[in-house]
Design a binder for this molecule. Structure first.
Ligand code: 5GP
Ligand code: ZN
Length: 116
C-alpha cells in the first residue's frame, strides 16, 4: 500500500469527491476549500513535482493531461467565462504540503493577487 495519500486517492483506498478522471489524471474536491470551487488535479502516476514528472518517460504528455483535465473541469463547473486560477505549490518555500504533484483549481469568487 502506498504511503502517499494522493496515490491512495487515485487507487480508491481513500475516498474523495471526484469531478473528473482520465487515464493520466484525476480531479477531486479539496478537503479544505479556499474558494467556492476548489479542486485538485493530479497525475495518476506518482511524481512529487512537475520537474519530477517531466523527468519520467512520457512525463510531458502526462503533465499536459493534468492541465487538459483542469481546463475541462473548469469549463464543466462553469468557470471558463468567469475566470479561475490554476496553481501548483512546489517545495518548501512554495508551501507544498502533499508531495504528489497537484494543481489547485480555484474559482467562484474574485481572487486577489499576490497570494500570501
Ligand atoms: P498544498 O499545500 O500541498 O499545495 O495542497 C495540499 C492540499 O491537499 C490542501 O489544500 C489540502 O486541503 C488538500 N488535502 C490534503 N489531504 C487531503 C485529502 O485526504 N483529501 C482531499 N480531498 N484533499 C486533501
Ligand atoms: Zn503519490
Amino acid at each position: 500500500m502506498s504511503e502517499c495519500i494522493f496515490c491512495r486517492i487515485v487507487s480508491g483506498e481513500i475516498p474523495a469527491t471526484e469531478v473528473g478522471r482520465t487515464e493520466d489524471a484525476v480531479a477531486f474536491r479539496d478537503l479544505n476549500p479556499q474558494a467556492p470551487v476548489h479542486v485538485l488535479i493530479i497525475p495518476t502516476r506518482h511524481a512529487a513535482t512537475a520537474a519530477d514528472l517531466l523527468a519520467q518517460d512520457g512525463g510531458a504528455a502526462r503533465l499536459a493531461a493534468v492541465f487538459a483535465l483542469a481546463t475541462r473541469v473548469a469549463d464543466e463547473l462553469g468557470l471558463a467565462d468567469r475566470g479561475y486560477r490554476l496553481v501548483a505549490n512546489t517545495g518548501a518555500e512554495g508551501g507544498q504540503t502533499v508531495h504528489h504533484l497537484h494543481v489547485h483549481l480555484l474559482g467562484g469568487r474574485q481572487l486577489t493577487w499576490p497570494p500570501g
